[in-house]
Ligand binder design. Structure first.
Ligand code: FES
Length: 164
C-alpha cells in the first residue's frame, strides 16, 4: 500500500492523477503496477485510464531504469559528427535498443536532442558525465567503467518489494 504517498491528497479526486503519478515516480524512478493499482482505488479511476495517461506523457516511465543511464546525443551537431555510429555501437555492445534497459539492468540506453555541448560533438552522457568527441573505439572502455558501479535502483527495488 502506498498510503504515505496519498496522505497529501483527498480521496476520490481524479484531478490529482498527474501529481500522484509524479510523486510515485519521484520515489521509485518509475511507475510500479502496484502503485498504479493503489492510485486507481484511491481516486476512483479505472486502471486502464491511468495507464492511458501514464503512457501519453513522456515524463512517465512504466519500467525501472538501469543502474547507469547512457544518453547519446542525436542533435544536429552530434549527428553530423557521427552520433548514429555511436548509438549503433552501443546498441550492439549492450544488446538493447535506444529506450530500453539491458536484461541485467546495468544500463539504460536513451537518445536525447541537443545535450548542450555541441562544441565537443559527438557527445555521450553517462550518469551526468560527459564524453565529448567520442568514438566507437571509446565505447568498451566507457561501458567497463560503469558496469561495476551501482546506484539507488537496487534500493528502490528492495523498497518496492517490501511494500507489496
Ligand atoms: S547536438 Fe549534441 S550536444 Fe548539441
Amino acid at each position: 500500500m502506498h498510503s504515505h504517498i496519498f496522505s497529501n491528497y483527498p480521496p476520490k479526486d481524479k484531478s490529482n492523477l498527474i501529481p500522484l503519478l509524479q510523486d510515485v515516480q519521484n520515489i521509485y524512478g518509475f511507475l510500479p503496477e502496484t502503485a498504479l493499482m493503489d492510485i486507481s482505488e484511491f481516486i476512483g479511476m479505472p486502471l486502464s485510464r491511468i495507464y492511458g495517461v501514464a503512457t501519453f506523457y513522456n515524463q512517465f516511465r512504466l519500467k525501472p531504469l538501469g543502474k547507469n543511464i547512457i544518453r547519446v546525443c542525436r542533435g544536429t551537431a552530434c549527428h553530423v559528427k557521427g552520433s548514429a555510429n555511436l548509438l549503433f555501437a552501443l546498441e550492439n555492445e549492450l544488446n538493447c535498443k535506444a529506450g530500453e534497459t539491458t536484461r541485467d539492468k546495468t544500463f539504460t540506453l536513451e537518445t536525447v536532442a541537443c545535450i548542450g555541448a555541441c562544441s565537443i560533438a559527438p557527445v555521450i552522457n553517462v550518469n551526468g558525465d560527459y564524453y565529448g568527441r567520442a568514438t566507437v573505439k571509446d565505447i568498451p572502455k566507457i561501458l567497463k567503467k560503469y558496469a561495476s558501479q551501482t546506484n539507488s535502483t537496487e534500493k528502490i527495488e528492495e523498497q518496492i518489494t517490501s511494500e507489496k
